[in-house]
Design a protein around this ligand. Structure first.
Ligand code: FAD
Length: 475
C-alpha cells in the first residue's frame, strides 16, 4: 500500500535533509529518501557533503595541518618534538568517526522533527490524482505518494575521458579521502577547490604533489590579488602547480599512472605518478531518477531545469542543490532547501545569490563574497579599494601566521560594500561579517565604525574598511 505525504524529498544531502526538516517545522508530513550506505550497508544520510566532501576533507585538512605544524612550526614556539610519527590509520579512523557522527546527527534530527526516512534509491513512477507516485528501491520496495516532491540528488565527480575511476590509482574525491598509504608522487588534474584542498592534505602528509591545471590563470573566479598571494604561498609550501597544462593521454596501470601533457609553451611532457586525483568538475545525479518517465525536464548538461524559485517544469516538483544550476556549495543547497519548503507552505522567501560566500580551506584559507576588482573594472563601475595585511595585525603575529590580507571594494560614491576578498588565517570565519554587511547593503564606513575586539584577526576587516577611506590606523 502506498504511503502518503505532503512532501517527499529525494536525497538527504545538505539540500535535501534541510528542506525536509524545514518542511516538517512548518507542519507538513515529510518523507526523505536517500540511497547512501556506509561500509556496513547502513544508511549514511548527509550526501556528498557529509560522506565524501565538506566534512571528511575538513577533518583531513585539520589533522594534516596539525602534523605539518608539529613538524615544521612548533620549533618557532620553542616546542621541540622528538620522534614525530604519522599514524595514517588513526588519522583516517578519526575522519570516519567525524563522518559517522554527522550521519547519526541527521538521523537524530529526522526523528526529532518527525521526518520519515527511507533508505534506498527513489524514482518517479507516475502522476497520480493525489500528486506524484515515487518508488523506493531499498531493502523493501515502497511506494510513496506526495503532493510535492523536492529533487535533491546532488552530483558526482566527473571522470577524465576514457579513464574511469578505479579509486585505487585513479581517484575521485572519494578515493582521495581514503588512501591507506601516503603516495610518494601524487598527481592532481584540476586546480579548483577540491584539487587544492586534497592536494594540500597529501602534501602535508609527505607526498610530492603536482597539480596540472588547463587554464592559464590560477583560480580565475577569484580576485586577482587573492589568487596571486595564494599561488605564491602554496607554491612556497611545495605544491607544484602547473598552469596552462593541457593533459593528453593518461595511462593507468596497477602500479601507477603516466600523464602526457603540453605546457603553456606547447612543450610536451610525460609525468609519472603513483596516484592520480581527477578533480575536473562534477556532474548532476539524475540517472535512475525516472525523469523521462514523468517528463521532468533536464538541460543539455543533465541538470534539472529550474526557475529562480527552484520550480521545475512539473507542477509541485522542485529541485535544489548541486543537481540544479548555480554554485555547487553546501550552503547554497541548504538555503535553496529552506526556501523551497517555505514556498510550498505559502511564504515568499528570497535567496540573494550575490552574497553567497566562497571558501577554499587551504593554508592560507581564501574566502570571498561579491564582486572582484576585475568584475568592477569590466563593468566600468567607480569603486574604492581598502586593503589591510595580516602582517600588521597583532593577533596574526601572535599566532605566527601573517600571510595574506583583507581587501574591501566599495562603491566610490555611496561607499556600499561591493565585494570582500580575504586570504589568510581563518578567512572562512572572517567572511561572515562581510556577508552580513552586504546583505544589509551596508557601507565600508559601517564596518569601520563597528567595535571589533582586540586583539583579533577581525580587526583586519575593520582596518581594511578604514583603508577604503585611506585612514587605516595600524598600517
Ligand atoms: P549531495 O550532497 O550530493 O547529496 C545528494 C544525495 O542524494 C546523496 O546522498 C545521494 O546518494 C542521494 N541520491 C542521489 N540520487 C538518489 C536517488 N535517486 N534516490 C535516493 N537518493 C539519491 N561545499 C561547501 O559548501 N563547502 C565545502 O567545504 C565543500 N567541500 C567539498 C569537498 C569535496 C571533496 C567535495 C566533493 C565537495 C565539497 N563541497 C563543499 C560541495 C558540497 O559537498 C556540495 O555542494 C553539496 O554536498 C551539495 O548538496 P546536495 O544536497 O545538492 O547533494
Amino acid at each position: 500500500m502506498a504511503k502518503n505525504f505532503d512532501l517527499v524529498v529525494i536525497g538527504a544531502g545538505p539540500g535535501g535533509y534541510i528542506a525536509a526538516i524545514r518542511a516538517a517545522q512548518l507542519g507538513m508530513s515529510v518523507a526523505c529518501v536517500d540511497a547512501w550506505s556506509d561500509e556496513k550497508g547502513k544508511p549514511a544520510p548527509g550526501g556528498t557533503c557529509t560522506n565524501v566532501g565538506c566534512i571528511p576533507s575538513k577533518a583531513l585538512l585539520q589533522s594534516s595541518e596539525h602534523y605539518e605544524q608539529a613538524d615544521k612550526h612548533f620549533a618557532e614556539h620553542g616546542i621541540k618534538v622528538k620522534g614525530l610519527e604519522l599514524k595514517l590509520d588513526t588519522l583516517l579512523g578519526r575522519k570516519d568517526k567525524v563522518v559517522n557522527e554527522n550521519n547519526q546527527g541527521i538521523l537524530f534530527l529526522f526523528k526529532k522533527n518527525k521526518v520519515t526516512f527511507f533508505h534506498g534509491k527513489a524514482a518517479f513512477n507516475a502522476k497520480v490524482d493525489a500528486g506524484w507516485s515515487i518508488k523506493v528501491n531499498g531493502k523493501e520496495a515502497e511506494e510513496l505518494v506526495a503532493k510535492h516532491v523536492v529533487v535533491a540528488t546532488g552530483s558526482s565527480a566527473r571522470s577524465f575521458p576514457n579513464l574511469p575511476f578505479d579509486e585505487k590509482t585513479v581517484l575521485s574525491n572519494d578515493g582521495a579521502l581514503r588512501l591507506t598509504e601516503v603516495p610518494k608522487k601524487l598527481g592532481v588534474i584540476g586546480a579548483g577547490v577540491i584539487g587544492l584542498e586534497l592536494g594540500s592534505v597529501w602534501r602535508r602528509l609527505g607526498a610530492e604533489v603536482t597539480i596540472l591545471e588547463g587554464a592559464p590563470e590560477f583560480l580565475a573566479a577569484a580576485d586577482r590579488d587573492v589568487a596571486k598571494e595564494a599561488l605564491s604561498a602554496l607554491t612556497k609550501q611545495g605544491l607544484e602547480i602547473k598552469l596552462g597544462a593541457k593533459v593528453g593521454e593518461v595511462k593507468a596501470s596497477g602500479k601507477g599512472v603516466s600523464v602526457a601533457y603540453k605546457d603553456s609553451a606547447d612543450k610536451e611532457h610525460n609525468a609519472e605518478f603513483d596516484k592520480l586525483i581527477v578533480s575536473i568538475g562534477r556532474v548532476p545525479n539524475t540517472d535512475g531518477l525516472g525523469a523521462e518517465t514523468v517528463g521532468l525536464k533536464l538541460d543539455e548538461r543533465g541538470f534539472v531545469e529550474v526557475d529562480d524559485d527552484c520550480r521545475t517544469n512539473l507542477p509541485n516538483v522542485w529541485a535544489v542543490g548541486d543537481v540544479v544550476r548555480g554554485p555547487m556549495l553546501a550552503h547554497k543547497a541548504e538555503d535553496e532547501g529552506v526556501a523551497v519548503a517555505e514556498r510550498i507552505s505559502g511564504q515568499q522567501p528570497h535567496i540573494n545569490f550575490d552574497t553567497i560566500p566562497w571558501v577554499i580551506y587551504t593554508s592560507p584559507e581564501m574566502a570571498w563574497v561579491g564582486k572582484t576588482e576585475q568584475d568592477l573594472k569590466k563593468e566600468g563601475r567607480d569603486y574604492r579599494m581598502g586593503k589591510f595585511p595580516f602582517m600588521a595585525n597583532g593577533r596574526a603575529r601572535a599566532l605566527g601566521d601573517t600571510t595574506g590580507f583583507v581587501k574591501i571594494l566599495a562603491d566610490a560614491k555611496t561607499d556600499e560594500v561591493l565585494g570582500v576578498h580575504i586570504v589568510g588565517p581563518t578567512a572562512s570565519e572572517l567572511i561572515a561579517e562581510a556577508v552580513v554587511i552586504m546583505e544589509f547593503r551596508g557601507a565600508a564606513e559601517d564596518i569601520a565604525r563597528i567595535c571589533h575586539a582586540h586583539p583579533t584577526l577581525s580587526e583586519a576587516m575593520k582596518e581594511a574598511a578604514l583603508a577604503v577611506d585611506k585612514r587605516a590606523l595600524n598600517f
